[in-house]
Design a protein around this ligand. Sequence first.
Ligand code: GTP
Ligand code: MG
Length: 396
Amino acid sequence: MLDKKKKIQKEERAVLVGLVHKDQTEQELQEYLDELAFLAETAGAVTVKRFTQKLLHPDSRHFVGKGKLEEIKQYVQGKDIRIVIFDDELTGAQIYNIEKALDVKTIDRSDLILDIFASRAKTAQAKAQVELAQYQYLLPRLRGMWKHLERLGGGIGTRGPGESEIETDRRIVRDKISLLRKRLAEIDRQAFTQRKERGEFIRVALVGYTNVGKSTMMNLLSKRTVFAENKLFATLDTTTSKVVFENTPFLLSDTVGFIRKLPHHLVESFKSTLDEVREADILLHVVDISHPAYEEQMAVVNKTLQELNVHDKPLLTVFNKMDLYELLTFDEWLEESAKKEILADLYKRWQHETGGNAVFVSATEKRNIDLLRNNILQKVREMYRVRYPYKTEFLY
Ligand SMILES: Nc1nc2c(ncn2[C@@H]2O[C@H](COP(=O)(O)OP(=O)(O)OP(=O)(O)O)[C@@H](O)[C@H]2O)c(=O)[nH]1
Ligand SMILES: [Mg+2]
């Protein structure tokens, strides 16, 4: 039973399921499903169909209604579908009921994200964090998964054969959780010491939604080569590099990307990674402006920063992928003057909203990078001045 962690195999054919409900419009759902398909692709699966339904509330037994479940069943039976992915969190009982009805492996968005994290985790810290998140995710679902056994044996006056097994499983999971917590606390202590040894340097952290170009930016600004690719969660561990702009040194860190509907316990266990963000002096919020939902992505990042209590740090918003934005926004017949006007409006709006702390760049085409460097340099120098008013060696 404890081997409930479901691995996604390469090229597995998947269908996606989502709901239109009172807090989620049709258009939002389609965007979420686009992202879910991208997550599935990152995990190695191939999405072949989406099922959606309008429901006021998710059905407590099957998440979707009975008719929709039947429709999904008809489809998966004939098409060699190996996995059904739901966009929202499922309870243990829902997972059990759906799997029983469809006879296909069933997971939700959190499961999928955890699977990606697990396959990408390289360091001891990342591995322990992912494992912790997986067990925390599993714990409240154990009861639902055992429910069927209880029902089978549960006559009046008996507790059912499942009950003691649930308890055993729970104890094992709880023990694992506390062991992993201890291990992580130890790693944390070491990391903290390492971070402290970095001395008096001002620290700058790249933050943002996943796949916006943080690592590409890191590579561009430092001389380091960090793994970057067009998949979600390419980065799981923070990397820090010493950078010198015009004789002014500072430390630059690349961090794990944020995503919407990220299960809270996952954020919890990644908090130590996010310490980097918390301990930073200056934040660079990288935004993929070519993404149709970039504003919502910004909102997700801002909310996460608020949860981390770091929203009052000096922040520069870096609107990246301007090349792609222009490609998608400008029709070929559009006049140059009209293009300029669209861009000017965009700049004006965001300069206004960020209090003048916005830069528009393309990391891959190296556009406006000097301006970006300059903006960072100003902020870093300002910070040194405030922090070490009598020390000038950093500034020249
Ligand atoms: N067109 C275009 N693509 C870009 C630009 N910057 C980055 N990319 C691409 O966007 C994809 C994601 O880049 P990464 O640097 O891995 O993004 P990230 O924010 O580090 O992503 P995670 O670590 O997965 O959260 C890669 O395929 C990059 O080549 C840009 O300015 N323009
Ligand atoms: Mg990255």
